[in-house]
Design a protein around this ligand. Structure first.
Ligand SMILES: [Zn+2]
Length: 300
């Protein structure tokens, strides 16, 4: 039976001042721990630390013993093991008590809004940690680390773009906690390209060199749609001829529902790009029609 001044049956609530909140950080399975749980939680941890450094006061555990701050892991009032700790200071003895949120709300006369906020923040960060763990479990750990590595200002813009796509997909995964098998495969293939960038670039270059020159003047062409894009200047189409050259221009109105993979035919005026004879821009397309629709293999 405790008889000390802080014993729950004796303590006088008004003698204790609220200092701040501590949260016991939990290591995850990979042994990685989070350094920060966001501004609010960090602020409270710092506040308790500063206070204690100033007073050099001792922490008292639920058995009434003075101990190190770190080893107080039970609520002073009810003795339950706690992760969230409200810290109270008793000036007369220069001692601190650690109380769980449930018991602390009684001491603070029901002022629990702050506790709810802290819990919410920690939960948000823990969910984030769990998602990062899932990224590793999906085998995308390497992609995740690469996406979060510092950007090399000298790297090729195309390479940077691919890394950015990986970072965007994994960033959305962390935010929303969802990723599809299709996206996982896509990230894996991008990662393969990024890791073997020199080889990938050489292969791209070799393929381009093999391809025929894009046409000039007004001609009829049959090309495969690679991309349809809405821009401020109308809907544009990026397409590729079977001999390898590519072209970009306004999507003809007759085939405005064209889709990636469709084979289309139209007549237009072509002009090769200034520094690339394998690519052309076309204008004023006419007589457009779809020769073959793309096979739809997946419905999202
Ligand atoms: Zn308690």
């Amino acid at each position: 039976m405790r008889t000390d001044i802080h014993s729950p049956s004796k303590l006088v609530a008004k003698d204790y001042g609220f200092v701040g909140i501590l949260y016991s950080k939990k290591g995850n399975r990979q042994g990685r721990t989070r350094d920060s749980y966001g501004k609010l939680v960090d602020l409270h941890i710092a506040r308790v630390q500063e206070h204690q450094e100033r007073t050099l006061g001792k922490f008292v555990n639920h058995k009434g013993e003075c101990t190190a701050k770190k080893s107080v892991d039970c609520c002073h009032v009810c003795g339950t093991h706690i992760r969230y700790k409200a810290v109270f200071y008793h000036a007369r003895t220069n001692e601190y008590l650690v109380v769980g949120f449930d018991c602390a709300s009684k001491l603070l006369h029901g002022n629990t809004a702050l506790f709810a906020k802290i819990k919410e923040q920690v939960k948000k960060y823990n969910t984030k940690d769990k998602t990062v763990e899932t990224i590793y479990e999906c085998g995308l750990g390497e992609a995740y680390e690469m996406a979060n590595a510092p950007v090399d200002p000298d790297e090729a813009p195309q390479l940077r773009k691919k890394k950015q796509i990986i970072a965007d997909i994994l960033g959305r995964f962390v935010t929303y906690g969802k990723i599809s098998d299709k996206q996982i495969k896509f990230v894996e293939s991008l990662l393969g390209q990024v890791k073997n960038w020199d080889r990938y670039e050489a292969a791209q270059k070799a393929e381009k060199e093999k391809s025929a020159d894009a046409p000039e003047d007004r001609v009829e062409v049959q090309v495969t749609v690679l991309k349809v894009k809405d821009t401020d200047w109308g809907t544009k189409v990026f397409a590729k001829h079977e001999s390898g050259w590519t072209c970009w221009g306004t999507l003809p109105r007759e085939i405005e529902t064209a889709f990636k993979g469709d084979v289309i035919q139209f007549t237009a005026r072509f002009k090769q790009a200034d520094n690339d004879s394998k690519h052309a821009f076309f204008s004023r397309p006419t007589k457009a029609l779809t020769l073959k629709e793309a096979e739809v293999t997946e419905v999202n």
